[in-house]
Design a binder for this molecule. Structure first.
Ligand SMILES: [Zn+2]
Length: 406
């Protein structure tokens, strides 16, 4: 049994590595005509070597994570159970210490590679703008957040389990509610709060762009509460824009890198696209999707906790809540890979729809040239392998998006 689970981890890893290699090979094909003018030859070569280096480092990282997990699964989790049990008899604290130690050691192993990617690869290709100080601060803050948020979720579900372990379906229903509420809260408020922890926001100064954005939004029935420029350039040269807020009152966030690289027309097209998402209620669809996934999570956790043999084969003394979270995440990995296929397909359809909306309310040629600027600045793969698109792409490849707009 334990070898089946370890085998499952290895199969998922090998499959994803194979897809990554196929995708790599595909990216060497000639650039489609429609996007030929996106990179000049020199920039294209630069992108190819950059993506190869990033791919190697991410494969290396995933391989390393796999080895650490196998190490933990071959007896170390059982030892950890004993050690943690000698610290406290409180079952919730036991789960928190257990998962905290696993999470922290995974993170410690990933730091050297993160440093290498940011300060060697991204630096050499001119993407990196992070200073060591910002990097350390980001790392520390995101660690603290993971520990706090993750801890809160684990502690709540563990408390439910202690109270309702006799009634599987009630436990699953309550777990589902808890996960769904936390997801809802994070979409509604937390995203905003988190962004503000990591970045500075300044209102967009008065001028034609401001007026045009206000006019476009109000002509579509939205009121714009604020247009804020985010100092994304402090970390990276990559650009983006976002619409936040639920309902008719929106806050618009523009990356300062977007303002640097795009003309006013192109920025209007990007905002038209984001307004398209708002009009088509794509945020609500996403929320509905996430609550369905939350139900699967709850069901999966409930089923794992019903099977003591899943714990004893790894040397644990019996059902252990902390370890159930790890087991669940391993067993869920292939499920989420498969689930990604229909979910990404729906997402790509909504991207086409938002592009069409923007083209209708601004100008198709603005959107096309905005997409080209985005691909150039973010150095995207112009020739992704169809299998990679099917599995992972929440947005259609650039060539297809431009074709749809023409
Ligand atoms: Zn979009």
């Amino acid at each position: 049994m334990n070898w089946i689970i370890i085998g499952l981890l290895a199969v998922v890893f090998l499959f994803e590595t194979a897809v990554a290699l196929l995708n790599r090979k595909h990216s060497l094909k000639p650039i489609p005509d429609r996007v030929k003018d996106v990179y000049d030859e020199e920039r294209y070569q630069k992108w190819l070597t950059y993506s190869l280096e990033m791919q190697r480092s991410s494969l290396f990282q995933r391989g390393l994570q796999l080895l650490i997990m196998i190490f933990f699964l071959s007896g170390t989790f059982a030892q950890l159970e004993q050690i943690v049990a000698s610290w406290t008899s409180n079952p919730i604290l036991q789960s928190l210490y257990f998962l905290g130690i696993v999470q922290t050691s995974m993170l410690l192993f990933s730091i050297p590679l993160k440093v290498y990617r940011t300060f060697s690869i991204e630096e050499r290709y001119g993407f990196n703008r992070t200073t060591l100080q910002t990097f350390i601060k980001d790392l520390f803050m995101s660690y603290l957040l993971t520990i706090m948020l993750g801890g809160l979720i684990v502690a709540s579900i563990n408390a439910l389990y202690l109270k309702f372990s006799g009634n599987l379906w009630l436990f699953i229903a309550l777990t589902w509610t808890t996960i769904a509420v936390i997801m809802l809260l994070s979409v509604a408020f937390l995203g905003k709060v988190l962004l503000r922890l990591f970045n500075k926001f300044t209102p967009l100064s008065e001028g034609t762009l401001r007026t045009r954005i206000d006019n476009l939004a109000s002509s579509l029935g939205f009121s714009v509460k604020a247009i804020l420029v985010m100092d994304a350039s402090r970390r990276s040269t990559k650009s983006n824009a976002a619409f936040t807020g639920i309902g008719k009152t929106k806050e618009i966030i523009l990356f300062d890198t977007l303002l640097d690289k795009m003309s006013e027309d192109e920025i209007m097209a990007v905002l038209g696209h984001e307004l398209g998402h708002a009009v088509h209620k794509d945020t609500w669809r996403l929320l509905a999707q996430q609550s369905a996934i939350a139900a699967l999570y709850a069901l999966g956790i409930g089923l794992v906790l019903q099977n003591p043999s899943l714990f004893t084969v790894f040397g644990l003394s019996g059902v252990h809540f902390g370890f159930s979270m790890i087991l669940f995440s391993i067993l869920f990995e292939p499920v989420s890979l498969l689930l990604g296929v229909p979910l990404n397909m729906v997402s790509r359809t909504s991207e086409y729809r938002a592009d069409r909306f923007s083209a209708k309310h601004t100008d198709p040629s603005w959107m096309i040239s905005a997409l080209k600027v985005l691909s150039r600045e973010n150095l995207v793969n112009l020739n992704p392998h169809p299998l990679a698109v099917l599995l992972y792409y929440s947005h259609p490849p650039m060539n297809d998006r431009i074709q749809a707009l023409q």
